[in-house]
Design a protein around this ligand. Sequence first.
Ligand code: ATP
Ligand code: MG
Length: 498
Amino acid sequence: MMLFTLKPVQSGEFIEAAYNWKLEKLYVDLASAKNKGLTPVEKKILRGLLCGYSPREIADIIYQSSSSSSVRVYLSNGLYKYIEVMLYSQTSQQIKISHWSRVTKLLEEAGYKLASTLPQPVAPTSIEESDRPEVRQTFDWGEAVDVSIFYGREKELVQLQNWIIKDRCRLVSLLGMGGIGKTTLSIKLAEQVQDNFKYLIWRSLNHAPRLQELLADLLQFLAQEESSQFILAETTLERTAQLLEFFRKYRCLLVLDNVDALLKPHAYVGNFRPEYEEYREFFQKIGAVLHQSCLVLTSREKLKEVAAIEGVNLPVRSLELKGLSEVDCQEIIKAKGVTCSEYEWRLLINRYAGNPLALKIVLTTILELFDGKVSQFLKHNLLVFGGVRQLIEEQLTRLCETEKQVLYWLAVKQDILLLSETTEEAMPPGMTKGELWETLESLVRRSLIYKHTTSFKLLPIFKEYLNQQLSKQNNLQTEVIPNPNPGKLSSSTNVNET
Ligand SMILES: Nc1ncnc2c1ncn2[C@@H]1O[C@H](COP(=O)(O)OP(=O)(O)OP(=O)(O)O)[C@@H](O)[C@H]1O
Ligand SMILES: [Mg+2]
């Protein structure tokens, strides 16, 4: 048994607003009106108003400043407008808010006030009661990075907020290829929904902790307010039970980033490495057991266990992140200081399929080698090099031989593969239809190929990389001995050979 000492506690501001107001509903409705989630500051100011404070008093509390000008800017440039749009969508009546004191009245009339006006600061005993967060919130952001520079993803954020707050999902996976923005989105999402939780813990699993170790860390944090001395159980199973007890008693948000660090390489997608097998049952329990908390995980690969228990109407769901939109990628290009014509930025964004990391890497090269001239870079028609190559290789080295074989086959054969066209004659050499389907499913779960109805497509950067590898291999072959079976050769091509 281990004993822990206590850590200091952080508190939120104006969270007592939740005792009298349907805060989560208000956040979600305002997010729809704004087309984007409210920022933590907007939420704080809104809660201040709902508690009956004036902009000046709010400024005093938030900024320790007697000037209310920044609070007033947030109100007149943002919150008032969102409330007006929201009320218009509900009542079809055009309302103009010109003074802060009108806000609570309007929101009360619109039904956002809870029936009881008495504060109820006791810990929730049922899931319904826990709709209202408790007085004290305790957050531990671990190594979460600053995400103040963040573009787009409005739709994803609204969808995820709905899943977590409205639909009470217990397990949500954020999936997507390397560099697509999973970690960034997980932090942004946690910032946006934090007011709905008593506890928030964000952890990266990059260093692949054993489950026992991770549970000890989580329980140490969660136990700090329970009693002065918390007795940590010995076994993983017991610690899982202790965590679930907290998950039942309090509304906790746990974010586990980079779960793929626990997964087995050179095997079909989503299987745990032998020493991390315990996580399989852990995730299954989080998804299946009744509790009022939520685990958000990010991974480059969909977990097999999660795939088996998820569904659009179930409390276990997955969101596969695609590239950022053209407009959002343009913001990344502008922020880097690269200027280019509309045609050029379109080409650049499409080639890297809106992957923000790939774009950032390429923009750095354009600045360093081509003096920021996108046209000069595009002339060379070379998509894959340096950091982008590394990003691709990190993902391809994890594949099993059959997955590599299918990827090379796709890269050579066609841009789009239609399942209906996979006849016995048109198969990767030596592969049955069943094996091909299984492999395609595995590649989709790694976000390495995109599925649209029953067709599959390889991303341009992967296609170029694989063709580069093949021509290298063919050159080597012709130097030594002609290759009699190019199909077989491609399957054994090692992605590490550069
Ligand atoms: N919405 C966004 N707006 C601006 N920059 C973004 C956005 N999303 C991601 N980025 C940037 O793209 C890069 C990659 O993002 P991130 O680390 O979140 O990707 P990831 O999917 O977690 O990658 P990995 O699979 O390697 O963990 C980071 O530099 C991040 O700042
Ligand atoms: Mg990440």
